[in-house]
Design a protein around this ligand. Structure first.
Ligand SMILES: [Zn+2]
Length: 689
């Protein structure tokens, strides 16, 4: 045994002789001296990628595995959390307490964790193992509303993988000022504050549920089998990303899963430069670069295509094979291929070479030709100009009325032509009938094809594509989306109808009224109420009054929009009346009105409201209206106070994100400075650093 007498000094860590790197010091003290009265004192650690070696001596590489024991001595009022089990707690004479945590199963050093703070610990269980949620005491009553599905998730993933949850317990803790989303430390996941929602926000949905699933799935993919190097991060992150779809499919249904899949695919498509990156990244400038939409979003969609190709049974059996073969060891993309080949008996090199060790995605043009009687031709052209031709196993469904026949074909050339004989001309030929392809397509279907697709094709994307087409072409069939079985499509249809030519048709209004009164999905109901609000028709007053106190912020916000539309002169009064507990959509409506209508006398109220908004995109968006309000304020002392609040918020944004927001914030402040003159301009110059 080697003992190392060691005092860690993460705050003194320097890189390249420059300032302390705040994002790699591993160990973080939050409000350690209690100077900020509004913030609790906490400690948390963040190891990934190689930062835990800033606070403990270790070989800080992901291919290392070791057990660990951690002793934490803290003032008695704090609770602690670490990996594995809490073995003993010892009270010390000086008012402190020493907690001994032991992890007796090997895991990678970057997954070691320490958390300390004043937390309420809410406990559930899975097969006798503790499942716990560490939240600030004021969130104790909603902890189960946020995290309470975790035991069901553990069971679902255990069953799917055929590998029962492998660790001693599962805890989740929420840390202040943690900005990396969440981190799958073994048995002790850390979440950022966005996980917190109050009871009313939860009525509109659990915003953090995908992340909860993601980090839990890492306990298998990442923690039980760990990437051997950062180049192979796909074997951690693509799986965790895809688990969000798996959970969604089980809990909310296939439409929700397909919706999530599609959104994530767009996330990858929209990132400039993503198209050039291989999934397995042998070359990178910085190891942090591999945590991107290629490793996450694209990798997740690649797994979705793989599942579709080999089928569910073989897919999950292959995952089981990979996990059981490599458990408590390191994994990589090649080992994953071997696991799939062993189970399926197929050579999978072509798939791995194309998707794991290659980059990009196909751009395709799909045309249909019925010129030869009795024959339907489908012509699929790959139009990407990269020289790379993709090989794609794909399903084509041919519809006659409601009946359809499936053909499984391979796309493998620049242009592939598939010919199908028919006795009755097909109403629809649906290429990529399972809607799983990672591609960008131009599909030259007719309006009639899309109407048929809307009525008979089963998938979320079939209906979404059709509705998008109807909206683009101003077709009345857009209204079909109002009765879709999937709530977000109903909501989306309502929003599209607002901008359409048929927005005010009696039949449409009638359908929207019905949704506003009876839809079970609160966000859809809210969209319908908001639609009616824009008519400024007094007959809906009772509807708004009935919904203004709805527990859902979305519904209440839409109802407030309606009341304001009926009595614009009273908008400020109404907004102020409902401002006490106004978040989400209700908060947006209230903020907009208060800032627009507010006078000099409202300064304290408005500045406080802005100041107390949590770090969020909403708050970033509120800067422009807030500084516009400050332009109306004559009292320069108050203008300065207002500037202080803006700069305080800006300084709270972690340095690595400031380059995204600084130009906007400074632009708004300078605009304010110009209208107020030299004194305020100088004040801004001195304050904004
Ligand atoms: Zn992850």
């Amino acid at each position: 045994t080697v003992y190392i007498d060691y005092v860690s000094k993460p705050d003194e860590l320097k890189v390249k002789g420059s300032a302390a790197i705040t994002n790699a010091k591993g160990l973080y003290f939050i409000n350690p001296k209690g100077e900020d009265k509004d913030k609790p004192t906490q400690i948390w650690t963040q190891g990934e990628t190689e930062a835990n070696s800033a606070w403990m001596p270790t070989i800080d590489k992901p291919n290392q595995k070791t057990t660990d024991e951690i002793y934490m001595t803290v003032p008695a009022k704090y609770v602690t959390l670490s990996n594995g089990l809490l073995i003993t707690q010892k009270k010390n004479a000086d008012g402190t307490r020493t907690d001994y945590w032991k992890m007796d199963l090997p895991h990678a050093p970057y997954l070691f964790f320490m958390g300390v703070g004043e937390y309420a610990v809410i406990k559930d269980s899975y097969k006798g193992k503790e499942v716990s949620y560490y939240v600030e005491p004021k969130y104790a009553s909603v902890a189960r509303g946020i995290f309470g599905r975790t035991p069901e998730m553990i069971k679902f993933f255990s069953d799917k993988l055929g590998v029962d949850y492998p660790w001693q317990k599962y805890a989740q803790i929420v840390g202040r000022d943690y900005v990396s989303g969440a981190m799958e430390n073994t048995t002790a996941t850390l979440h950022q504050e966005s996980a917190y929602q109050n009871a009313r926000e939860l009525v509109d949905g659990i915003g953090w549920e995908s992340t909860i699933a993601h980090e839990l799935f890492h306990q298998w993919f990442g923690d039980l089998v760990t990437t051997e190097s950062w180049s192979h991060i796909t074997v951690n992150e693509s799986f965790a990303n895809y688990s969000e779809t798996l959970w969604s499919e089980y809990k909310q249904g296939k439409d929700a899963a397909d919706d999530h899949n599609y959104d994530d695919m767009q996330g990858y498509m929209q990132g400039p430069g993503n198209i050039l990156k291989d999934l397995v990244r042998f070359h990178y400038a910085d190891k942090e670069d591999v945590f991107d939409a290629v490793s996450y979003n694209k990798g997740g969609r690649i797994l979705h295509m793989l599942r579709n190709y080999v089928g569910d049974d073989a897919f999950f059996k292959s995952l089981n094979n990979y996990l059981t073969t490599n458990k408590f060891k390191a994994g990589e993309a090649g080992l994953l291929r071997l696991a799939f080949e062993e189970v399926t008996g197929k050579d999978m090199n072509w798939f791995w070479n194309q998707w794991y060790y290659g980059s990009g995605h196909p751009l395709v043009k799909i045309d249909y030709n019925y010129e030869t009687p009795g024959k339907a031709m489908v012509i699929i052209e790959q139009t990407q100009k990269t020289g790379k031709v993709f090989r794609l196993p794909i399903a084509i469904d041919i519809y006659t009325g409601a009946a359809k026949k499936r053909y499984n074909v391979w796309i493998e050339n620049n242009i592939d032509t598939f010919t199908f004989n028919y006795s009755q001309k097909p109403a629809l030929i649906n290429v990529d009938a399972d809607k799983v392809m990672l591609w960008i397509k131009t599909d030259n279907k007719t309006a009639e094809n899309y109407v048929h697709q809307m009525k008979y094709a089963p998938n979320y994307l079939d209906r979404k594509e059709a509705l998008d087409y109807f909206a683009k072409k101003n077709m009345p069939e857009l209204a079909l989306g109002l009765s879709d079985k999937y709530a977000p499509l109903r909501k989306n249809t309502i929003e599209k109808l607002e901008a359409s030519k048929i927005a005010e048709e009696a039949k449409i209004i009638e359908a929207i009224e019905k949704i506003a009164n009876t839809d079970n999905d609160r966000k859809t109901k809210a969209a319908a109420i908001s639609y009616l609000a824009k008519t400024s028709n007094a007959k809906y007053k009772a509807l708004y009054e009935k919904n203004i106190n709805d527990s859902s912020y979305s519904v209440a916000g839409a109802a407030l929009e309606g009341l304001i539309a009926l009595e614009p002169a009273k908008s400020y009064e109404l907004a102020k009346k409902y401002s006490t507990d106004a978040k989400g959509s209700l908060g947006d409506v209230v903020n907009e009105v208060i800032i627009k209508e507010g006078t000099e006398a409202d300064f304290d109220f408005i500045a406080k409201r802005f100041d107390e908004m949590p770090l969020s995109q909403e708050k970033v968006m509120a800067i422009a209206p807030f500084t516009a309000y400050l332009e109306k304020v004559q009292n320069l002392a108050n203008v300065k106070k207002g500037i202080d609040v803006v700069i305080k918020f800006r300084n709270f944004i972690p340095e690595q994100f400031r380059s995204f927001v600084d130009p906007m914030i400074l632009g708004e402040l300078n605009k304010l400075g110009k209208t107020k003159g030299k004194e305020i301009e100088a004040y801004i110059r001195n304050g904004f650093k």
